[in-house]
Design a protein around this ligand. Structure first.
Ligand SMILES: [Zn+2]
Length: 428
């Protein structure tokens, strides 16, 4: 038997097996149970969060006839009747899925809508699922509007989009809108674990956690990463295997790098960076992970309660670094991530970030006792100024000099560096 990818094999067939999107499922179920059906639904959300899956389940709910052929609209489709099976297998003539990205012209839309006027051949409802609906041309939207305004009673529209901003207000206002949320890494990892148990494949929970993080909110992406990891590991899916598949550095390597920076040990840091290269790890990914590491250190410092069960390495760094150092290194790493594309190569981009961290250390850092509950002073950002020479401490140390809006992507505000104590250089 040919291998079926996990995302397809484990696609939920009813509301019970849906992972996440509880708010949408509850509302749809309620509407079905009360028989208060809208004629057009709009599902919004990023890719792989369940828009098509929900649409198929809804189509089954509308058309299920029950095992005895006597059932009506239900929130619990039987999965056994002809309608349910045909929709699951993608051969139900009255459930039509269209990808607007490839069928966007007005002719195609008009044709489709003309066909909508005919009663369903063998079903209660004719259900049109138009995916990526924002890709339709203006004319196509206009052609659709009229049908959306007064659709025949046996027609239901399910529109889906990753970009609702681009859908005309006139269309939005005629749909019942549901926002599908991104999957949390925990939800993705849990679902992966269930699948692995069903598939009888051994795994390390930490490996699934790492994969789930890589899915970035999309269950489908998560499951295709899991497919890859299974193929890659040829046996149990282990953390080591997933790390090397994703080119992700062990967080211990990053902690060791940070310690070299704190010790002012440039040679040691470069050695570690080279080693990471030999393991063909992605430096871009490492910069991202390192920034995430600084975030965890900052949290451990400010909100010690949140750090229970936190990694030993993180706790050590939290004790060794001042909050200013953590903020500064975090900023340098974010900047390095932005700079990566224009750096001569990834290695240069990565090592320059390390050298920059070594060059600019705020005074009283590394190993100084951290006043954990000290409130940060918020002051307006200062304009970039040249860094002070090591020998003569200057009153203001300015470190990274990005234009203020370069952090806009990260949703960050420029940090208040100006109340930093004079620089004391460390590390040669
Ligand atoms: Zn059924």
């Amino acid at each position: 038997m040919s291998y079926q990818v996990l995302a397809r094999k484990w696609r939920p067939h009813d509301f019970e097996s849906m992972v996440g999107q509880e708010h949408v499922v509850a509302a749809l179920r309620h509407a079905l149970d009360e028989n208060r059906l809208h004629h057009a639904y709009l599902f919004t959300g990023t890719r792989g969060v369940g828009k098509t899956t929900l649409s198929r389940i809804l189509a089954k709910c509308l058309n299920c006839t029950g095992e005895d052929g006597q059932g009506g609209v239900t929130s619990k489709p039987c999965g056994k009747c002809e309608a349910c099976r045909a929709i699951d297998e993608g051969r139900f003539v009255d459930y039509i899925e269209i990808d607007a990205a490839s069928n966007r012209s007005v002719e195609e839309m008009t044709q489709l809508l003309e066909r909508a006027m005919y009663a369903p051949t063998n079903a209660r409802y004719k259900v049109y699922m138009i995916d990526e609906v924002h890709m339709l041309s203006t004319h196509a939207f206009n052609a659709m509007l009229k049908t959306l305004e007064e659709p025949p009673e046996y027609v239901k529209f399910i529109l889906a989009t990753t970009d609702p901003q681009k859908v005309p207000v006139t269309v939005l206002s005629r749909c019942l809108q549901f926002n599908l949320r991104n999957m949390t890494p925990d939800a993705v990892a849990e679902h992966m674990a269930d699948i692995m148990r069903e598939e009888k494949i051994d795994f390390e929970p930490a490996a699934l956690k790492l994969l789930a993080k890589g899915a970035r909110g999309s269950m489908r992406d998560g499951l295709s990463l899991l497919d890859q990891a299974i193929a890659f590991s040829a046996g149990a899916v282990t953390l080591d295997a997933v790390r090397s598949m994703l080119g992700v550095a062990d967080s211990r390597a990053l902690v060791a790098l940070q310690e070299c920076v704190l010790d002012g040990d440039a040679a040691g840091a470069l050695n570690l960076a080279q080693e990471m290269g030999l393991q063909s790890l992605s430096y871009t990914q490492a910069v991202r992970d390192w920034a995430a590491l600084m975030h965890r250190v900052a949290l451990a410092q400010r909100v010690p309660e949140s750090a229970q069960g936190e990694d030993e390495g993180i706790l050590t760094l939290a004790g060794r670094m001042t909050p200013e150092e953590v903020q500064l290194d975090y900023q340098i790493l974010l900047q390095a991530r932005n700079d990566m594309a224009s750096a001569p190569d990834e290695y240069a981009g990565f090592t320059m970030a390390i050298l920059r961290m070594l060059a600019f250390r705020p005074a009283g850092g590394a190993g100084a006792k951290v006043p954990v509950h000290e409130k940060p002073k918020v002051q307006p950002p200062v304009k970039p100024q040249p860094a002070a020479k090591p020998a003569e401490p200057a009153p203001v140390v300015e470190v990274v000099e990005p234009p203020v809006d370069s952090y806009a992507d990260e949703g960050m505000e420029p940090a208040p560096w100006d109340d930093m104590p004079p620089e004391v250089p460390r590390g040669e």
